[in-house]
Design a protein around this ligand. Structure first.
Ligand code: SAM
Length: 296
């Protein structure tokens, strides 16, 4: 079949579809649909999606970005939680695209590695999404930590979340999300996007950010990824607390106070150091010490 050209990304087309199906935006699902063709072009170029790629899209909405992805990629799987959108997608806006599969589901409930095994022979996919703002961080953490074979993650997020994703140690935005992004990927900013590019308009500015996912051998070395993420979570569970208190109080870690103090000392860190001062390499050293002790 000849390639279809995307036709939905105009305010008038979006309004036409919304009226035709008497669609009402659901705030609880973070529905802000894109209505600007230039922004859609920017997302596609930032994503690096080409004809060889299989794309996983989270939250297609009425299918605006999906049409662009279907044009650029080999295959697109689009997972949408709102079942009111499914007939619009499959019966109208995406019905002429034979390389798109729409799945009605919650991305948070999906087994992503199994999905990639089943639908792409275990070969890496690219993730592209205009993410729902109410659940951006949990979705990003899930994708990063899932172990799903993935080349890149290109997402529209609130500008403030993009700042957290790229934050450096010592800055107010630095936290568990910055460290996960840094461990699993190399982030690159694609574009700043003002509220008038969406319908309805969000209250804040947005940013397109693209993460090139690191291969396992490119990551900071650590004995056990689970231990590393537990130590990071523990240290940011209560902001402005010392790493020592974070480790000691973590239910996940069950770390006796002597061991917490010993791990910090052995990692060459001051005893009252705070999580926001530590680099990823510092966290990895502490995690490796705790992991080694746990195994004795
Ligand atoms: N991609 C469309 C666009 O750019 O116009 C819509 C983006 S809108 C910001 C987010 C979409 O994600 C909505 O369609 C919403 O219903 C969907 N969504 C929200 N939570 C979801 C979840 N947990 N799993 C899958 N889709 C979700």
């Amino acid at each position: 079949m000849d390639k279809m050209t995307p036709w939905l990304a105009e305010p008038a087309r979006t309004i036409e579809i919304l009226q035709k199906y008497d669609f009402h935006f659901q705030k609880k699902y973070g529905q802000n649909f894109l209505i600007d063709p230039h922004v859609l072009d920017r997302i596609i170029s930032a994503s690096g999606v080409s004809e060889d790629d299989t794309v996983l899209e989270i939250g297609p909405g009425i299918g605006t970005l999906t049409q662009y992805l279907a044009y650029a990629a080999r295959r697109v799987y689009a997972v949408e939680i709102d079942r009111n959108l499914i007939p619009i997608l499959t019966g109208d806006t995406l019905k002429d695209w034979d390389n798109v599969t729409v799945i009605n589901g919650d991305i948070m409930d999906m087994d992503l590695p199994a999905f990639v095994r089943e639908h792409n022979d275990g070969k890496p996919v690219r993730v592209v999404a205009n993410l729902p703002y109410y659940i951006t961080t949990p979705i990003l953490m899930k994708i990063l930590e899932s172990g799903m074979p993935c080349l890149s993650i290109t997402v529209m997020v609130q500008a403030e979340v993009a700042d957290r994703m790229r934050a450096e140690p010592g800055s107010k935005d630095y936290g568990a999300l910055s460290l996960a992004v840094r461990y699993y990927s190399v982030p690159e900013i694609g574009a700043q996007v003002p509220p008038n590019c969406f319908m309805p308009r969000p209250k804040v500015g947005s940013t397109v950010i693209s993460l090139r996912v690191r291969r396992p051998e490119e990551r900071v070395r650590t004995a056990d990824e689970t231990m590393l993420s537990r130590v990071i979570r523990a240290s940011f569970a209560q902001r402005r607390k010392t790493l020592y208190n974070g480790l000691r109080n973590s239910e996940e870690l069950q770390c006796p106070q002597e061991l917490a103090a010993e791990a910090i000392r052995e990692a060459g860190l001051p005893e009252n150091v705070r999580g926001e001062e530590l680099s990823l390499e510092d966290f990895a050293r502490v995690a490796d010490i705790l992991y080694a002790r746990q195994r004795v």
